[in-house]
Design a protein around this ligand. Sequence first.
Ligand code: FE2
Length: 280
Amino acid sequence: MLSSQQQTQYQQDGYLVLPNFKTAAEIAALRARAGEIVDAFDPSGNISIFTTQEQDRRVDDYFMGSAEKIRCFFEEEAFDTTGQLKQSKALSINKIGHAMHDLDPVFNHFSRGPGMAAVAASLGLNQPQIWQSMYIFKQPGIGGEVRWHQDATFFDTTPITVTTFWFALEDATLGNGCLWVEPGGHRGPLRERFVKAGEGAASIEKLDATPWPDDTTAVPLEVSAGTLVVFHGLLPHYSAPNRSPVSRHAYTLHATDAASVYSSENWLQRTADLPVRGFG
Ligand code: FE2
């Protein structure tokens, strides 16, 4: 349960940093399981790159079909000019997504429980629905930039309720590409929407010309492993490329409130095979 002071701070800033939310043992279990998933991943025929570069948001059937699956996506810079991996598979994966929290017991255990339910309730999610999980590797040397965006772009609801739960699985520093946020920026407009564009495709739709923050208004969130950062779906955030020799693993969950209307145009939809659930 968050204190009233923490709740007030969240309302003011649009985010909250909760150090020591997860133990070293909990983190180790999740990291080990992610390693097993990557080990078991056979990339032949499934080369899918994840990039957030504005002119180049590549989506494909493999991405669009991952809403109810556990799939691995490569770093954009993982390949040489001949299409071969420049380093081991384990050091080439950008992320795993997007339904580990519902399909994998280890991820389910990490993602749910009384502690998570209490934080969600404190942030106003009365009937939380966890739509997505992502294990983000931010690999040493090649970990890609995630350009400025708002997560409500991907989880549009009326009214906007999407809330991000971002767990540091390793120390996140300026060197390895920690999060940057704009304190109070959640009071600004939603700038973009990522909407389905026919079968197996989606694209960015510009809604508002308000510029993204820069380093005069943004702050870096250098946090220790085990920290949970929660933030509002309208909070602009960004992370720089990782050019350092150390990775920056993180795990994220995105939840909305069932009382808000989830857009049928969002790329991520669930079928009756895997109904969306909360933190309990
Ligand atoms: Fe994000």
